[in-house]
Design a binder for this molecule. Structure first.
Ligand code: ATP
Length: 320
């Protein structure tokens, strides 16, 4: 293997830059050449790609987002689009590919390898932490820290005005961000799609909290569980409390990656290059119990990563 390509795909996640840096520098350290592909699979189809060097990744370790940009490419989902991508693989002499992204990106990579035989290694980069085969995805820790920072600020207002706040957070179909941020931020209730909830029970808990002197309440709602606005209205209707709703939205994704995300990204990116050099393909690198491991893409794609029930129960006990 002499020349490898790297791309970021799907939603941006903080730490993707740290990962690109690791892939580029690890590859160059081992004497490989590296091609950066812009805008995910869109750039692959459109030949928006070119060589990278040590300087290409200078000063990006602490920057959120991705210098390679990211996109969702409909054309790569077609046979014609992937055929164009393969033409570009040949034109640029790419012999292996590192794909930093989520489940959809891995599905595309897996298919592309099966059709054209180009070795591919996936690196999990998504704030949702919803990928099987790894305890953490790149960007999750930074997103959780962003949410906790927001909870802290909202709590100041909630306490001052003695109000109930509902905060809706991202995560698509996963409650991981809500659960981790809820535990770290001391939320009174955490609503996640993996565990059924009853709004009346939440209201009763709010009322008993007020009885024992609580000045405020923060309810975290994962976007996959319910709409924050709807939950806020139902709480208001049931309790009569002045309930405010904040939808954190894209505030959660960006910002300088946490040290955890930078270290994870560095380790996973370097491992991806090692696997390509060792002749591996259709693998995803991940971290399990602190160790960097590789799983078959086929065992990871489309698999749900389960919620940590023990953490959920603990959050409930601690917010009583
Ligand atoms: P995130 O979790 O951040 O959304 P993701 O990788 O799951 O990341 P998707 O939008 O699902 O994001 O997928 C990214 C890209 O992967 C798509 O735009 C498309 O180009 C490619 N892709 C997804 N599914 C397929 C598929 N079945 N066949 C070929 N390519 C695919």
């Amino acid at each position: 293997m002499q020349r490898i390509g790297v791309l970021t795909s799907g939603g941006d996640a903080s730490g993707m830059n740290s990962c690109i840096r690791a892939v580029v520098r690890k590859a160059i350290y081992h004497g490989l050449e590296i091609i950066g592909i812009n805008r995910g699979y869109s750039g692959f189809v459109d030949a928006d790609m070119g060589p990278m060097n040590l300087g290409s990744v200078a000063d990006i370790i602490g920057r959120g987002g991705t210098i390679l940009h990211t996109a969702r490419s409909k054309r790569f989902q077609t046979k014609e689009g992937r055929a164009l991508a393969f033409e570009n693989v040949q034109r640029f002499g790419v012999q292996g590919l590192v794909v930093i992204g989520g489940d959809g990106s891995f599905t595309g990579a897996n298919l592309f390898q099966q059709e054209y035989g180009i070795p591919v290694i996936g690196v999990p980069g998504t704030i949702d932490n919803d990928i099987a085969g790894t305890d953490y995805t790149i960007g999750f820790d930074t997103a959780v820290n962003n949410v906790v920072e927001a909870i802290n600020k909202i709590r100041d207002t909630a306490t001052s005005h003695e109000r109930t706040f509902v905060i809706e957070v991202m995560g698509r179909n996963s409650g991981n961000i809500a659960l981790a941020a809820g535990l770290a931020g001391g939320a009174e209730s955490i609503l996640i799609p993996e565990i059924p909830f009853n709004v009346e029970d939440i209201c009763k808990k709010l009322l008993s909290g007020i009885k024992r002197g609580k000045l405020h309440s923060v309810i975290l709602v994962a976007e996959g569980a319910a709409s924050g606005i709807e939950i806020g209205q139902r709480i208001k209707d049931f309790t009569g409390f002045d309930t405010k709703v904040t939808i954190l939205g894209h505030l959660q994704r960006g910002g300088s990656p946490s040290a955890f995300d930078r270290i994870l990204a560095a380790r996973l990116g370097a491992k991806a290059v090692e696997l390509l050099m060792a002749g591996e393909t259709n693998k995803m690198v991940g971290m399990k119990a602190g160790e960097i491991v590789a799983s078959d893409l086929s065992e990871v794609i489309g698999k749900a990563s389960p919620i940590n029930k023990e953490m959920y129960e603990l959050a409930k006990i601690l917010s009583i």
